[in-house]
Design a protein around this ligand. Structure first.
Ligand code: FES
Ligand SMILES: [Fe+2]
Length: 413
């Protein structure tokens, strides 16, 4: 049933705007699109101008390894240990070059007619079936990609023809400058990459959605808390202020994140780890002086700092409907001190955290359907992330224009 409120003429005689009809199912229509953040709205298939992890380093050998990234079909390959990346579509008749192989050192030959491209430059250096004097040679160049190896993974830069920034400028600073032992997981997931970032950074969901995860079984979770978002360098941080472990909801009753079998909550709000923690903080982590335990940076990197390790999530746009979830757990230790981490990672973390806990996130990202959306107080985290994406993209596009480069359509709309 629909209840309609008719326009009224108040005593002052001035007609007011007719009020929006109220529907039983909701009072306000909410945000219908993301046009407040036009770059973000346009970036359904990802933001250009970044390095993205695409697979484990040991998955790439002397044969082409096919990758889809930001809707682009490419392949990566090794030649004498060095990594190369190239657009996958053979310009001759459109057959994927990843079906071909190396017939000459440093070059890939298409499986169909043997067009052969230099891996470094992309130049067509031979068309085998037209002989050594083929006039097509030198007239065709296949687009190439910059590729790097870091954190045991292969990273590909997708840009607009600009010189890529050094990959180390984009990685979390503490991972570049400190030895760490890593536990990683790469998983192809359904859903838009932005839902994945927003899920990762969203203030509200962890305390509620994940309260049933085994990983959280013995750890108390606040019912709600107040948070401030603080920007420092490339990152925005969620800084926890008040934490409420139990709350009385008027007319409904009490709701709590505590239980007799869970650890006791801390007396004061903590900003290392999101649950009670009395453990000594690893010196590398302590030295970062993170303003808050959860932070995010472009192009969709989440960092959750715990006392003894840091968990990262890289959300990699495959296309508008799919992304790669890349989870990295880093323990800043070396030598024999790394052994307990391996035991902990393989014995528990891998299954409970990267597995079941993260599976709850995977499920939510698959079924999120927004916009439209009606945001609530804790979603300031989402608003600030979108603003960050918008501002950083503005700067990037300005820099491209200065170089006389045209951003591709999707990134500039
Ligand atoms: S389609 Fe690649 S060589 Fe003909
Ligand atoms: Fe989550």
């Amino acid at each position: 049933m629909t209840e309609t409120v008719s326009p009224t003429t108040p005593p002052d005689g001035k007609a007011r705007r007719p009020r929006t009809p109220r529907h039983r199912e909701g009072k306000l229509p909410g945000r219908q699109d993301w046009s407040t953040w036009p770059h973000y709205q346009a970036a359904a298939a990802g933001f250009r101008g970044y390095w993205y992890p695409v697979c484990f380093a040991d998955q790439v050998g002397e044969r082409p390894h096919r990758v889809k990234l930001l809707g682009e079909d490419l392949f990566v390959i090794r030649d004498k240990g060095k990594l190369y990346g190239m657009k996958n579509r053979c310009p001759h008749r459109g057959v994927p070059l990843s079906n071909g192989n190396k017939q000459f050192p440093g070059a890939i030959s298409c499986v169909y007619h043997g067009w052969t491209f230099d891996l470094e430059t992309g130049d067509l250096v031979a068309a085998i079936t037209d002989g050594p004097q083929s006039p097509i040679c030198g007239k065709v160049t296949q687009p190439t990609y910059d590729v790097e190896e870091r954190l045991g993974m292969v990273w590909v830069y997708v840009g607009d023809g600009e010189k890529p920034h050094p990959i180390d400028e984009q990685l979390p600073e503490e991972l570049v400058s400190n030895p760490a032992v890593l536990g990683q997981r790469i998983q192809a997931r359904e859903g838009n990459w932005r839902f994945a970032v927003e899920n990762g950074y969203d203030e509200g969901h962890a305390k509620y959605l994940h309260r049933t995860a085994l990983w959280r079984m013995f750890k108390p979770m606040p019912v709600w808390n107040t948070t401030r978002i603080v920007k420092r360098d490339r990152w925005i941080y969620r800084v926890q202020q008040e934490q409420h472990w139990t709350a009385d909801f008027p007319g409904l009753g009490r709701w709590t994140g505590l239980a007799w079998y869970k650890a006791k909550p801390p007396k004061q709000a903590t900003n290392i780890g999101n649950t009670s923690s009395h453990r000594e903080v690893n010196p590398v982590i302590a030295a970062q002086e993170f303003p808050g335990f959860a932070s995010v940076s472009m192009p969709g990197v989440l960092r959750i700092a715990y006392p003894t390790f840091i968990h990262y999530e890289f959300y990699v746009p495959v296309d508008a409907d799919n992304h790669l979830y890349v989870g990295v757990m880093a323990d800043f230790q070396k030598g024999l001190k790394t052994l307990p981490f391996y035991a902990k990672y393989l014995g528990a973390v891998r299954w409970l955290f990267h597995g079941q806990f993260s599976g709850q996130d995977k499920w939510m990202v698959e079924i999120t359907d927004a916009p439209p959306e009606k945001l609530y107080r804790p979603d300031d985290s989402l608003l600030q992330w979108r603003k960050l994406a918008e501002d950083v993209t503005e700067d990037r596009l300005a820099a491209l224009r200065e170089q006389g480069l045209e951003p591709t359509e999707e990134a500039s709309n």
